[in-house]
Ligand binder design. Structure first.
Ligand SMILES: CC(C)(COP(=O)(O)OP(=O)(O)OC[C@H]1O[C@@H](n2cnc3c(N)ncnc32)[C@H](O)[C@@H]1OP(=O)(O)O)[C@@H](O)C(=O)NCCC(=O)NCCS
Length: 284
């Protein structure tokens, strides 16, 4: 079962007491980390991401054998590369599969989660959301692209620059960027991957609102990675999201060395609209 939540923080303005109540829901170390953000918006995004993870895990508490949901924040650990995961017993891992990932950018926090019995196909999951905007102090698109030239192969850059309009080029850039990031985040490697060793084949047309595209294919050293699946969509008018679903054996997470059943992906499972959820208020 795949979950996709998109939470718009632009209209979320918690009062001081609400904020403190929400901060109390996460572990002490996470609350300390969040309190160190200089910009309020970064703290809001990070706290919302954390709460979405807790909310997601809470849904599966009984299948995970968690008797007291208050234990969940302290069960959330990070790998050496900083990817959050749920730490639990061998017994629980044998029976039930769960993975999740969050991404924050602009106005949105997006959570992607997957959970189910271990007799079903299992995937590790990665998500990346980006706001379509030119970054950099002089807001020059060419300079922005040049500053990130190592991120893509020359064929990928050719595709990004192929549309006549600058706006479409920028959108293509972010569609490709989020795909690569979602792949990196599903594996859990973070920085340290040579981004030129992976490339994507993608749909020629830019994403349209309310459409879900599942045709992207990743190549590693020119070999198609057919066990990977991707899903792309827009959230709001100016953010793009990519989800990556990969075989756990390729991902750097706690269950790497376990045996997995990997059947085919039922693509229809992924066709679910983003929900905008008023989840945070429920947690207070
Ligand atoms: C963590 C990383 C993987 C993504 O960072 P990002 O895009 O800035 O941030 P996002 O908002 O998408 O994701 C952040 C969340 O991902 C999770 N995360 C952290 N490390 C992670 C990892 N190694 N793998 C997967 N998820 C991770 C955390 O939940 C984090 O939220 P938190 O910081 O509030 O705990 C990033 O550090 C990174 O290394 N990126 C690759 C660099 C690159 O050059 N990419 C170019 C692609 S073209």
């Amino acid at each position: 079962e795949v979950t996709r939540w998109a939470f718009d923080i632009s209209s979320w303005n918690p009062s001081k007491s609400e904020w403190e109540a929400l901060l109390d829901q996460v572990s002490t170390s996470e609350a300390e980390r969040i309190s160190k953000f200089v910009f309020k918006v970064d703290a809001k995004l990070s706290l919302a991401g954390r709460l979405l993870i807790i909310k997601f895990v809470t849904r599966y508490a009984s299948q995970l054998g968690i008797n007291d949901i208050k234990e969940i924040p302290s069960m959330l650990k990070r790998t050496s590369k900083w990817k959050p995961y749920l730490s639990r017993s061998e017994e629980s891992r044998k029976q039930f599969f769960i993975d999740f990932n969050v991404s924050t950018a602009g106005d949105y926090v997006v959570l992607a989660g997957i959970a189910g019995e271990t007799s079903l196909p299992q995937y590790c999951i990665g998500v990346d959301v980006m706001k379509i905007e030119i970054r950099g102090k002089d807001k020059d698109q060419e300079k922005f692209f040049e500053s990130l030239s190592n991120g893509f192969t020359s064929a990928e850059w050719e595709d990004i620059r192929s549309p006549d309009s600058k706006a479409k080029q920028l959108q293509k850039f972010y569609e490709r960027w989020t795909l690569k990031e979602s792949y990196i985040k599903a594996i859990g490697i973070g920085l340290g991957l040579d981004l030129q060793t992976i490339r994507f084949d993608v749909a020629a047309e830019p994403l349209q609102p309310q459409h879900i595209v599942q045709s992207a294919c990743v190549y590693k050293y020119d070999k198609p990675q057919t066990s990977w699946n991707f899903e792309q969509q827009m959230v709001g008018p100016n953010h793009v999201v990519a989800f990556a679903f990969g075989p756990p054996s390729e991902c750097e997470i706690e269950f790497r060395n376990m045996q997995f059943y990997s059947g085919g992906v039922e693509t229809k499972e992924f066709v679910t609209d983003m929900e905008r959820m008023q989840i945070l208020s429920e947690l207070i």
